[in-house]
Design a protein around this ligand. Structure first.
Ligand code: PEP
Ligand code: MN
Length: 267
């Protein structure tokens, strides 16, 4: 079902008033993690003002170390819902286990993210396949394009056709960047699938100063949009500060992107 031979036209996923995969590019922005109501409200307002299409923020965090900040969990979901309503911007957040699906639906989260580490959590894929919410499926750390599309297939096999892919870099021998952004995945996915594809230059590079050039490269290569981490005080962020840009840098990025392609949202 994810294959272009099954469905020749490009799929456009509707999230509220936002269309992902249409003629305009979508920009999803927000912190790695929700840290407080004040923090997420402030970032939501700032990114919306700069023209973001959608807000992001993690409540359930898949951290490498069990001693790192694990996210505000259920209260983080409530904060995201509140910030999204107040700033009038739809929101996406990561789910880590199927038993939390009800909370995502109750708190009216607009789209559900499946993170890289869960790309092959097949029971989770089946669970989100049974609901009607759009799913943002990130590429696994070491997943081939074929494996990634098969994970999309798991979701779609359950009846949910609202799948958006997100390339976030893959693990290679290179250590200068956090991951290696596989730009070639964009035309590869476009050829094999009708699903929209976004690029996350934040997790792909791990470096804030690389976000803008890689975001532009992604759009030039045909991505349907980008997802970027934005933090009010990156040097003190509880998660992924080094790759988070400030609201001012985000405003600059939006101005550069608008020169390449129209962005979904605002107007
Ligand atoms: C995230 O988007 O915050 C995240 C954890 O990303 P990934 O799953 O791509 O590592
Ligand atoms: Mn992150």
């Amino acid at each position: 079902r994810a294959s272009r031979s099954f469905h020749p036209q490009d799929t456009v996923v509707d999230i509220g008033d936002i269309k992902i995969g249409g003629k305009k590019i979508a920009v999803i922005a927000g912190p790695c993690s929700v840290e407080s109501q004040e923090q997420i409200d402030g970032i939501a307002k700032a990114v919306k003002l700069s023209g973001a299409s959608m807000l992001r923020g993690g409540a359930f965090k898949p951290r490498t170390s069990p001693y790192s900040f694990q996210g505000l969990r259920d209260s983080g979901l409530e904060m995201l819902h509140h910030a999204s309503q107040k700033a009038r911007i739809p929101v996406v957040t990561e789910i880590m286990s199927a038993d939390k699906l009800e909370a995502f639906l109750d708190d009216d989260i607009d789209a559900i993210q499946i993170g890289s580490r869960n790309m092959q959590n097949f029971e989770l894929l089946k669970a989100v396949g049974k609901v009607n919410k759009p799913v943002l499926l990130k590429r696994g750390l070491c997943a081939t394009i074929e494996e990634w599309l098969m994970s999309a297939e798991y979701i779609m096999a359950g009846g949910n056709r609202n799948v958006i892919l997100c390339e976030r870099g893959i693990r290679t021998f290179e250590e200068y960047t956090r991951n290696t952004l596989d730009l070639s995945a964009i035309p590869a996915i476009k050829r094999q699938s009708h699903l929209p594809i976004l690029v996350d230059p934040s997790h792909a590079t791990g470096k804030r100063w690389m976000v803008e050039p890689m975001a532009k490269a992604a759009i030039a290569a045909g991505a349907d949009g980008i997802m970027v981490e934005v933090h009010n005080d990156p040097d003190h962020a509880l998660c992924d500060g080094a790759q988070s840009i400030t609201p001012q840098m985000f405003d600059h990025l939006m101005n550069s992107l608008r020169q390449i392609a129209p962005v979904v949202g605002r107007e």
